[in-house]
Design a protein. Sequence first.
Length: 303
Amino acid sequence: MLKDTMLYLAKQDGIRQFVSHNPVGRRVARRFVAGEALDEAMDVSEELNGRHISASLDHLGENVSDSTEARAAAADYIKILDRIAASTADANISVKLTALGLDISPAQARTNLMRVLERARELNIFVRVDMECADYTQATLEIVAELHHDYDNVGTVVQSMLYRTPKDVEALIASKTRVRLVKGAYLEPPAIAYPRKADVDAAYRELMFALLERGTYPAIATHDERLIADARRFAAAHGIAKARLEFQMLYGIRRDLQEKLAQEGYNVRVYVPYGTQWYPYLTRRMAERPANLVFVASNAFRG
Ligand code: FDA
């Protein structure tokens, strides 16, 4: 219920304006967001790399409704790619198709993504297309499938909460597309998604086993220790080498676990969001764990 409320608030513009400009909101955001500028995200990447953890940079922004802005978002990602290539950072990028114009038309998002992929391929950098709410699932998978024919440096994300995902995973396995498996951070109706967390977790486990066994360098993106332990056990039992998979977590969450896995020789990548448009991202992190609201309250009392 609280989760639903948080995700509803994410869409209210007045509240977004208020929180985004409020010093408490900004302070809370800093726990989950690397900063507002690329320099800060690069510093975080460097710090992660120092602990043998890779990064995936996300320049926050979504649901762009203006073509010029969507083109600018693509140009911006190209600058990020150049910046990564010019540094020694072990980092790739994560992009959202609604930042590249998916709300305007799938054709625009596709063209803008292609621009990003072209440069990323020249620089040998992988591009992950994040999965947004279910209104965009089909279009996202279609665009990625089409571009994957020409760009094998593109991969995407699937959400275990959606009933459709087992079928999507089979198609992605068949096309050798790299998949990041997540539970799903958006509010979806029971007609298309499991309402019960236990079912989302059980679906995650099955999809994870399929990807570990037959997928192309799957990314197991979760902070759920039981699922991580299951992945490790499954990989060991099936002779799947550590180098054939990656664990992924979010910046600011379970740093201890990130470090432990990296120290044990697993590939670990942390998703590093940055930018001024952090409000929707922050509300999703709050919705996942209402206990985070205690963190908000303690910051509020600090004035
Ligand atoms: P679960 O919610 O069961 O949490 C397990 C444990 O993790 C909790 O008990 C707690 O300890 C910790 N935890 C989880 N969330 C926390 C939080 N917000 N604050 C503090 N602790 C927390 N989703 C999506 O729809 N599309 C996408 O493209 C992506 N991309 C993505 C990339 C990466 C690298 C990750 C790790 C996650 C995503 N997600 C996502 C988000 C994902 O769908 C999911 O909402 C979160 O990962 C939380 O679910 P867990 O799997 O961690 O499990």
